[in-house]
Design a protein around this ligand. Structure first.
Ligand code: UD1
Length: 417
């Protein structure tokens, strides 16, 4: 079990480059299953979640060559297995995204049901509802879900909630289905647009990605292509908070400022300075911040994946701030750990009431999930004394060279494996 040790850091300053987006890379890697020739992907972040996805895809039959610079070559002409073993799937929830492509390309698939995780139960009913509407036969038993369809047929699918994963899974399956599929109340996250752009470059016929209605006309086959993954808006948002919480000044390169609008708006409201220049953001902290209220929502609302990190900042802003978490039912695991560092937070249902304290105090804490771990690192940067974060490997699932990047900005942080 890895530990991260952080000492109170002077204001962070300097330049940091943001890596490719984890939540784009994972569905795009799954989409490679649809292509009958090679793809080259650029800016794939070499994260634990990505490594787990490689292992699963290699089991299915893909050949993957990844270079340290984020360039990955994928040979997908030959699929061997239509199933996925439990040991590979239970390490990564997003592995369920291979279901749509396998069903479309091989006509059948058998995947272990993803379990719950620290932030909630995370059902897959909307994914399955889409496959059923497209003519797939679904059976569940012994912890597995099986799907089969000689040929998927286009259908009109209304999602009860704009689920990111369900939109991606159905979108991928529809690319090789017979006729037109319409996904209504689709997710509009930037990662959906990135996936659609990749699929379109492969030869798919998709219109409307990035709006709540996506229309897909199935094609006979898809060819591999070259594609560069969009920058990670959550990694960028985390460095924005690192600037604010240490009263620093960070130049954040390789970002899409439009993808960060809800985060930038809240940063400005709290009192930080955020300047946009093309693909760069410059964020400056301030001596006096104001309390703010946040409600997590699907894009373009405030992202749930930034909730924990923002809470760390709100904890040391004088006055009362409020967070309402509407996406996941159990995403406050970081609260008890922030409280160990002195935070004054009360939880009632999906609402967190945060009474600002003067300063965090360093403590022994535990990362319960990826973003909770990031929030504790941020709190540690601003805390008096030393903070020791256990189970720090959660952070490696989503942040590429996190400590190294923070150290280059002046943070006092190191890891014990
Ligand atoms: C993706 C992101 C995750 C982010 C989340 C919300 C990836 C790999 N992960 O997760 O980082 O926090 O979007 O922005 O891209 N739901 C159902 N039934 C379903 C599917 C989802 O009820 O069939 C519910 C979930 O339990 C959750 C909500 O819908 O409460 C949002 O889930 P969803 O948008 O599907 O998130 P993921 O794709 O799992």
């Amino acid at each position: 079990m890895a530990k991260i040790i952080i000492s109170q850091s002077t204001p962070l300053s300097g330049t940091v480059r943001i890596s490719g987006a984890k939540n784009s890379a994972l569905p795009i890697l799954a989409a490679c299953l649809l292509a009958d020739s090679d793809s080259i992907l650029e800016d794939i972040p070499q994260l634990k979640d990505v490594e787990n996805m490689y292992n699963l895809l290699e089991w299915i039959g893909l050949k993957i060559n990844s270079e340290d610079n984020g360039r990955v070559q994928i040979h997908s002409s030959n699929l061997i297995n239509h199933d996925a073993p439990y040991e590979l799937v239970n390490k990564l929830r997003a592995s369920f995204l291979v279901m749509g492509p396998l069903l479309a390309r091989m006509g059948q698939t058998r995947i272990p049901l993803p379990g719950g995780c620290a932030i909630g139960t995370r059902p897959i009913d909307l994914h399955l509802k889409g496959f059923i509407a497209m003519g797939a036969k679904i059976t569940q038993g012994h912890g597995y879900v099986e799907a089969s369809a000689k040929k998927l047929k286009g259908a009109k699918i209304y999602l009860d909630f704009p689920s990111v994963g369900a939109t991606e899974n159905i979108l991928m399956a529809a690319c090789l289905a017979e006729g037109q599929t319409v996904i209504e109340n689709a997710a509009v996250e930037p990662e959906i647009v990135d996936l659609a752009n990749y699929l379109i470059s492969m030869g798919a016929d998709i219109k409307g990605a990035g709006t709540d209605t996506i229309k897909i006309v199935g094609v006979k086959n898809l060819k591999g292509c070259n594609h560069t993954i969009i920058p990670d808006r959550i990694e960028a948002g985390t460095f924005m908070i690192a600037a604010a919480i240490t009263k620093g000044n960070i130049r954040i390169e390789n970002v899409m400022p439009d993808h960060l609008k809800p985060v930038s708006a809240k940063m400005r409201e709290i009192g930080a300075e955020v300047n946009e220049e093309d693909t760069t953001l410059v964020v400056k902290g301030n001596d006096k911040f104001k309390p703010v209220d946040i409600k997590t929502l699907p894009f373009p609302g405030f992202p749930t994946d930034m909730q924990a990190q923002f809470m760390a900042l709100m904890s040391i802003v004088e006055g009362t701030s409020i967070i309402i978490e509407t996406i996941f039912e159990n995403r406050y695991m970081h609260v008890s750990e922030l409280k160990r560092m002195g935070a004054n937070i009360k939880i009632e249902g999906r609402t967190a009431v945060i009474e600002g304290i003067k300063k965090f105090t360093g403590a022994q804490v535990k990362a319960t999930d990826l973003r909770a771990g990031a929030a504790l690192v941020l709190a540690g940067l601003a805390a008096e004394g030393e903070t020791e974060i256990e189970d720090a490997e959660h952070i490696d699932r989503g942040y590429y060279k996190f400590e190294k990047k923070l150290m280059s900005l002046g943070a006092k942080i190191h890891r014990i494996d």
